[in-house]
Design a protein around this ligand. Structure first.
Ligand code: PAP
Length: 343
């Protein structure tokens, strides 16, 4: 059975199952799901067509079931290692720029992940119905998710809330993810080899993957509803952050005024959110995101094309073929260093 078939079959029974979130129900549900070994010893389960660890599934289901999206909400969406940290910083700084003094951006003292909460991690992890009022003091409320478009809560799709998605070329995403997991590996975990991880990635087995399904889900939705979903690419942000920021502000309904542009507000936001700035801030150099994951692990090299230092020519060829196959006629393309990969 391929991923699509499994997904179809699961959707019917699992939406019902999603209404039960006790641990017993979760265990029962897990037994019905296709299972694969993950990259570092724990298993991934195929839930509604995407791969998810058992630990993550419970908050995902609570999020699906209980998140009460309202029209003013903004959701930042991504796959791990596609630019989540950067997009959180950019969206936060753009959306709330009139709520703090220009030289007092909260990013100077808090990590992007502390300022923009991840729905299926910190928001729903301990409580199926958290009080969202107390989670963020800023309005309109801004949250983040890695759940694929097809599996987002109905309230997000039915309301007029906006989604900003960031995608990254799969080669750099794979290497960034691999190096992140490798660095955090501890003795109790069994990390697969780079070759094995690559096989898994190509078969779609990575957190919230398959990679291509995730990107294409948001891509198609953004094509159908461009006022609701803005699709950004990491490589474009790297290439011209100022115009991407203006685009983002316009999409969010808070365009930069002429005065702001003259005063250099766009450049200021780009600079505060830049890799070079964030990486050197004490708040990002010290402390833990969650136990076992230091804040500094979200800042590595931030280079487009760094994958070429790790992937063999045959791996590159295989991914290029996959890109062609998966993105065929979709209109979605990726920049892999200087060249653009077209479907
Ligand atoms: P997450 O999904 O687990 O939160 P995410 O932020 O998407 O991680 O990915 C981290 C990548 O973004 C790292 O890429 P690298 O491994 O290729 O270096 C990290 O360096 C990069 N990154 C983090 N912050 C920024 C930033 N401000 N600008 C550009 N890239 C960044």
């Amino acid at each position: 059975m391929d991923t699509a078939e499994i997904s179809e079959a699961n959707l019917v029974t699992l939406t019902e199952d999603a209404h039960k979130s006790s641990d017993d129900d979760l265990q029962q549900l897990l037994q019905t799901l296709p299972k694969e070994e993950g990259w570092s010893g724990s298993s991934f389960y195929l839930y509604q067509g995407f791969w998810c660890s058992a630990r993550r599934l419970k908050p995902v289901i609570s999020f699906q079931r209980h998140f009460p999206a309202v029209d003013s909400n903004v959701i930042v969406a991504s796959l791990p290692k596609c630019g989540t940290t950067w997009l959180k910083a950019l969206t936060f700084s753009t959306l709330y720029r009139n709520q703090f003094a220009r030289d007092e951006n909260p990013l100077l003292n808090f990590t992007p992940h502390q300022l923009v909460h991840q729905l299926e991690y910190d928001v729903y992890v301990n409580n199926p119905c958290p009080d969202l009022e107390t989670i963020s003091i800023y309005k309109p409320r801004l949250f983040a998710t890695q759940v694929p478009y097809a599996s987002l809560p109905i309230s997000i799709k039915d309301s007029r809330c906006k989604i900003v998605y960031v995608c990254r070329n799969p080669m750099d995403t794979f290497i960034s993810l691999w190096l992140f997991i490798e660095k955090l590996q501890n003795e109790s975990q069994e990390l697969v080899s780079l070759d094995e991880a690559f096989e898994k990635f190509c078969h779609g087995v990575c957190a919230f993957g398959p990679f291509f399904d995730h990107g294409l889900g948001y891509w198609k939705a953004s094509q159908e509803n461009p006022k609701k979903i803005l699709f950004l690419k990491y490589e474009d942000l790297k290439e011209d952050i100022n115009s991407q920021l203006k685009h983002l502000a316009m999409f969010l309904g808070v365009p930069f005024t002429e005065d702001e542009e003259k005063q250099g507000v766009v450049e200021e936001i780009a600079k505060v959110c830049s890799f070079e700035n964030l990486k050197e801030l004490d708040v990002n150099k010290k402390g833990l995101f969650i136990p076992g994951i230091p804040n500094e692990s979200f800042f590595r090299k931030a280079k487009v094309g760094d994958c070429s230092n790790y992937l063999t020519p045959s791996m590159v060829e295989r991914l290029e073929k996959l890109i062609q196959q998966k993105l065929d006629n979709s209109g979605l393309t990726f920049k892999l260093s200087s060249k653009t990969s077209k479907a």
